[in-house]
Ligand binder design. Structure first.
Ligand code: ZN
Length: 81
């Protein structure tokens, strides 16, 4: 777990933390090459909120390049391009 995940885990009740983890796993960042990772895997926490369309510059482990990754919520589906 990343720093923030450990911090939240220390501060929050277990069931709240479980909900946060589930919420964070629902958020996906997608590289233009098609590689996807959940926000949770990246060490982040996101629950609800609106980040669709948000972009973050990340290094992709698949294509090995720094690319702008697109955020979307798995349970909602991919936003239109
Ligand atoms: Zn990539």
């Amino acid at each position: 777990m990343g720093f923030f995940q450990r911090l939240f885990a220390a501060l929050l009740p277990k069931d709240t933390m479980a909900a946060l983890e589930a919420g964070s796993r629902d958020w996906i960042v997608q590289c233009p090459c098609g590689h996807e990772r959940s926000v949770w895997e990246l060490g982040g926490i996101r629950y609800g909120g609106k980040s669709v369309g948000k972009r973050t510059l990340l290094k992709c482990p698949k294509c090995g390049k720094r690319k702008w990754h697109r955020w979307y919520q798995k349970s909602v589906g991919q936003p239109p391009t």
